[in-house]
Structure formats: structure tokens, C-alpha cells
Design a protein around this ligand. Sequence first.
Ligand code: HPA
Length: 272
Amino acid sequence: MTYLESIDTAAAAIRSACGEAEIGLILGSGLAQSIALENARTIAYDKIPGFPVSTAPGHQSEWVCGELGGKRVCLMRGRFHLYEGYPMEKIALPVRVMKRLGVKALIVTNAGGGVNAGFTPGDLMLITDTINFSGINPLIGPNEDALGPRFPDMSKQIDRDFLRLAHTVGEEMGIALQEGVYMWFSGPSFETPAEIRMARTLGADAVGMSTVPEIITARHCGIRVLGISCITNLAAGMLDQPLTHEEVLETGARVKEAFAKLVCGIVRKMEL
Ligand code: HPA
């Protein structure tokens, strides 16, 4: 089977199990259960041909389709990370499947470590731009011209209209929002304090182990993107305490209501 056929096959399985969607939503660590869709239909990743399953704690492995804020949404409870050992084309696959299912806008979310000293754990940060520090790119390999160009422009990864809308919705709902640059490290070890000082020097406001490959893949195939980081902890060396995945999950659980309200409000008002 060619790669394009594997996208079609996965999309067909999802379409017949739970239908198509106009907005995609990828839920990050600790946020997987934050959002419920109306009239939801679900398919487990292990029932989708060619799909990996999520192995990271705090990530489920199911694709859900339904309505949110009056729109058709498909939602990934659990995503795939480079550190799980998956090849990049597998990490890129779900976003390409979304495109095949009619998705025009992707809201990608994650748990991130705050690098900006003005951030507090529990803050929500709108991603304005990203830095790929992983040394790898999801588009490496033969380009599928049917998906997008060989050298896609990344000068506006994040859709400016969506960013403005997210700020407006945050203000209307009384949800304070930070904004900043998200820097992708491969993980799975957390960063060192020296790496965090470097990240700050290079212009990062938050660091994390996901999201950037999905944004690059989405922009390659013409999906508009909004990104939201839940700042679950201050990054390594900023406090005199070790980083743990438990802290990441706990903070995610603490903010998930505000997060869900914000996402639902944004989806409701998104013009596609
Ligand atoms: N570093 C990398 N990934 C993360 C962090 C962090 O501090 N917090 C949550 N995800």
C-alpha cells in the first residue's frame, strides 16, 4: 500500500465508524478527558488501519467525532510523540487523515513547561510561533505533491484570525491568556536547566515534546491552525524541585474546565 492509500484507508475506517468533521482537535497530556462532544461516536486507534496507539501516560487511544459549539468536530484523545519511537510519517498520519475527512481548522493543544518567568503553572498560552529543536521534520522523505508543496511556507504557522478570536473569547469568558513561542524538544527526558536557559535566549516562552510536527503537517496540507499550551509546570531549573509527569497531569486536571470552556467558545465562533 502506498502512503497516500494508507491515509485513505484510515480515513475510510473513521468515516464509516464516526463520520467526517470540519474542525480537528488534538488533546494533550492531562487534557484528554477535558472535552465532551455531543452525539459522539468513537473508534479506538487499534481499529483504524495503520494507526499507532498512544503509549504515553495520560493519553488515551481513541478518535471521537461529534458536535461542539454547533460544529462538526473530530477529536483525538491521545497523540503520538517522537519519543515513543514512531517514524515521522506515523506522527503525521492523523493530521493527513483529518484533511481527508474534511477538516479545515486544527486546534492543537499540549502540556508545556513555562520558560517565560512571568508564567505560572495553570496558565493557558496561545502559541504565536514555534521553534523546532528536535533535529527532525515530519516532511522529511519523498514529498507527496497531492498533499502539499515540497517547501511549504511556515512564516505564519498560526492563523492570525484564530489567534485574535481566541483572545476575544478569552476576554469575554474572563479566562486570562498568555501568548508566546513554543519550542519542541524530542523528550522523553525533561530538559536540563542549561537547555532551558538556551531556550529562553532563543526566544522560547514554553517547551514541550509535541505539537510542532502536527502544526508543520497541517500547514503543509493547507489546514489552518490554532495552538494552546497548558503551562503545567515551570521548566527545569526555574524552581528548586524536580519535574514529574504527575505534576503535568495534575495541573492539566486543575485547568481542564477553563480550557474546555475556552475551546468550546472558540469552536463556536470559528469562521471556516
Ligand atoms: N518540558 C517538556 N515537556 C513538558 C514539560 C516540560 O517542562 N511540561 C509539560 N510537558
